[in-house]
Design a protein around this ligand. Structure first.
Ligand code: COA
Length: 333
């Protein structure tokens, strides 16, 4: 099996920022409540006419530029999203077309906020086995389009954005060292967008009942998240024969600062090794981890050989983590 790493990264968030104060104008909520319960101060929201494929295209373009790879060289594009442009065709195909990645296969992957981790784990298998050389994985969301803006317990939590990673073979001993993925469909109803699929096809009734918007049992999801974040991070380290002391950087899914803090306590990792940017972006679902990775790398905080853990959880329910030894140098194969 070949070693696989991330040789290019990029991200994109829409310009428009919605602060907690902005919510006070139309919701029974306030800045203090939102910050103390979630840690979120603001989020970026896409304009009405900007679909998720546009965010994914921008992030993908930057990642390819960062890797200095032409779109034609990409063998496969995976878009992790729960807010695709359409039920079908897949957003990955639309993004491939925009990028001019005419030699790429493409499919969407739906694993909620674990989507980017699921995506890089899936994409890296094609390279590890020698079938493909270059895979572009994008986590992108426009959750703003499926929120109920009258539901204060959900609409304040989420933001829009996209982050992308170019995967290629890297030198032995570097790149992805292990992963852990899991799911539990019995918790599916805890976080869902019920209508629009084959269970509740779109109808006047589904629209009237708001069933096309995100529905969440916040407390239950919170309990699940706190439990699973610590568990999956420890498991992935065990799979890679590493200890928590070996970790230079933990990039957790950015849902709620209290969930991150609980994981930090559980793992016994130093908080200065943990990336937090949810105050600026809210929960961007599949985009949270790659946007955080991109920002952290651009800030100069990641060095060759660093051990990085990325861990997420989300609708499904799903969870996933991967550990990598950082290098951005691709191998000529
Ligand atoms: N502003 C003001 N009050 C709010 C509010 C808001 N935006 N949202 C909810 N409240 C109220 C509730 O109505 C409730 O009022 P009540 O006591 O009169 O009934 C009170 O605040 C407490 O609500 P509760 O649900 O107990 O708050 P909480 O501490 O559990 O925090 C979440 C709510 C949603 C922030 C929290 O449960 C959470 O983060 N869950 C996980 C969500 C998540 O991460 N989802 C994505 C997973 S990928």
């Amino acid at each position: 099996m070949r070693s696989v790493g991330i040789v290019g990264i990029g991200s994109y968030v829409p310009e428009n920022i919605v602060t907690n104060k902005d919510f006070e104008l139309f919701l029974d909520t306030n800045d203090e409540w939102i910050i103390s319960r979630t840690g979120i101060k603001q989020r970026h929201i896409a304009p009405k006419d900007m679909p998720v494929s546009e965010l994914c295209y921008q992030a993908g373009l930057k990642a390819l530029e960062d890797a200095q790879i032409a779109p034609e060289e990409v063998d496969l594009i995976i878009v992790a999203t729960i807010t695709p442009d359409y039920a079908f065709p897949a957003t990955a195909c639309l993004v491939a077309d925009r990028l001019g990645a005419r030699n790429a296969a493409g499919f969407d992957l739906e694993a909620g906020c674990s989507g980017f981790v699921y995506g890089v784990v899936t994409g890296s298998q094609f390279i590890a086995t020698g079938m493909y050389k270059t895979v572009l994985v994008i986590g992108g969301e426009t959750l703003s389009k499926v929120l109920n803006w009258k539901d204060r317990s959900t609409c304040i939590l989420f933001g829009d954005g996209a982050g992308a990673a170019v995967l290629q073979p890297v030198k032995e001993g570097f790149g992805f060292l292990g992963f852990e993925l899991g799911s539990d469909g019995s918790g599916g109803a805890l976080l869902s967008q019920p209508a629009g699929g084959s269970m509740y096809p779109a109808s006047l009734e589904t629209v009237e009942k708001n069933l096309h918007t995100l529905q969440m049992e916040g407390k239950e999801v919170y309990k699940f998240a706190v439990r699973v974040m610590g568990e999956v991070s420890l498991k992935v380290l065990k799979n890679a024969d590493l200890k928590i002391e070996d970790v230079d950087l933990l990039i957790p899914h950015q849902a709620n600062i209290r969930i991150v803090d609980a994981a930090v306590r559980r793992l016994g990792i130093s908080p200065d090794k943990v990336v937090v940017n949810l105050d600026k972006y809210g929960n961007m679902s599949a985009a949270s981890i790659p946007v955080a990775l991109d920002e952290t790398f651009k800030s100069g905080r990641i060095a060759e050989g660093d051990i990085i853990v990325m861990a997420g959880f989300g609708t499904g329910l799903t969870w996933g983590a991967c550990v990598l030894k950082w290098t951005k140098v691709g191998l000529e194969v």
